[in-house]
Design a protein around this ligand. Structure first.
Ligand code: MLT
Length: 313
């Protein structure tokens, strides 16, 4: 008699290290978590589901998986998982909260450098046959002020890296003490003061009802008209319509955005501005981050399905 193995459903593209770390004791199935109908059809029979940010594990999806024991999100945050519905259904939820913090911080630094020196628009123009040196004159980061909203793991890594460029770092984070900020080398300010002071504003907050739209018309109005705003954290922290208005009115110098209210996002109005640089949710998309996230969630799944304690990541 053959004993059936627990089923692990992989709903998004994950590092091959994930399957290696799961080992031979599971039946691995795959689906496309962004294709809702397919996801719902493939969830029955799954003991575990592995996701990134494109799969909505809401109450309906959880109800479609009566055998489900664990939802594992290979990344930071759990905003695409209905944790209450999971708890009610007795389903464990895990993530990999430190797996991609370096990658997210590095992409942020890349975007800061990119907008300061117009790398993306100059690249586009040159490839379109335009050799325009003065049009793409940028600014130095040296002695400029970087305003970090959210001085958690990623915000602190951004601070550490951008100080190497000679930037002065100020930060807003109601949960961080002045002593911790000082240790990171950042001066804590109120949000309004940060917005009025910073030459570059980067946001590193989770998406919650309180943080959604926290950068909107009033906040853009406070910023310097030369300031750049960067969001590699979560779609919607910056109000997308307000960003379009700020770019149109030239209330700010420009923006770099990696995350969007609704993803995939391919044709938002503000994409039309030369000084708005966009990337398709690449913060965690490095080989290293994906390997770390994949191994971390695979280990959690192995332990959970063996009935063992899953330690906090
Ligand atoms: C994360 O939350 O860690 C990332 O957004 C995951 C992803 O890139 O899918």
């Amino acid at each position: 008699m053959t004993v059936s193995k627990p089923v692990v459903l992989i709903a998004e593209e994950l590092s091959p290290a994930t399957v290696d770390a799961l080992g031979p004791d599971f039946e691995i199935r795959s689906t496309d978590g962004a294709d809702r109908a397919r996801l719902l059809a493939d969830l029955p029979g799954a003991d575990a589901v592995l996701i990134r940010s494109a799969t909505q594990m809401d109450a309906e999806a959880i109800a479609a998986a009566p055998d489900l024991k664990i939802i594992a999100r290979a990344g930071v945050g759990l905003d695409n998982v209905d944790t209450r519905a999971a708890t009610d259904a007795g389903v464990m939820v895990v993530n990999a909260p430190t797996s991609n913090v370096i990658s997210a911080a590095e992409l942020t630094c890349g975007h800061i450098l990119g907008v300061a020196r117009n790398i993306a628009p100059a690249n586009g123009a040159l490839k379109a046959g335009e050799w325009k040196r003065s049009k793409y004159t940028g600014v130095e980061l040296y002695e400029k002020t970087l305003g970090i909203i959210g001085l958690g793991r990623i915000g602190a890594l951004v601070a550490e890296r951008m100080k190497a460029f000679g930037m002065k770092v100020v930060a807003y984070d109601p949960y961080v003490t002045a002593a911790r900020a000082q240790q990171i080398g950042a001066q804590l300010l109120g949000l309004d003061e940060l917005l009025e002071t910073a030459d570059f504003v980067t946001i590193h907050m989770p998406r919650t009802p309180e943080t959604l739209g926290m950068i909107s018309d009033d906040q853009f109005a406070r910023m310097k008209d030369t300031a750049y705003v960067i969001n590699v954290a979560r779609g919607g922290l910056i109000d997308e319509d307000a960003l379009g208005r700020a770019l149109e009115a030239k209330t700010i110098g420009g923006a770099a955005v990696d995350v969007f209210v609704k993803e995939p996002a391919v044709d938002l109005d503000f994409f039309g501005y030369d000084n708005a640089v966009v990337t398709p949710h690449l913060g965690a998309s490095t080989a290293e981050a994906q390997e770390k996230a994949g191994i971390s969630v695979a280990n959690s799944v192995r332990l959970a399905l063996a009935g063992e304690l899953v330690p906090d990541a």
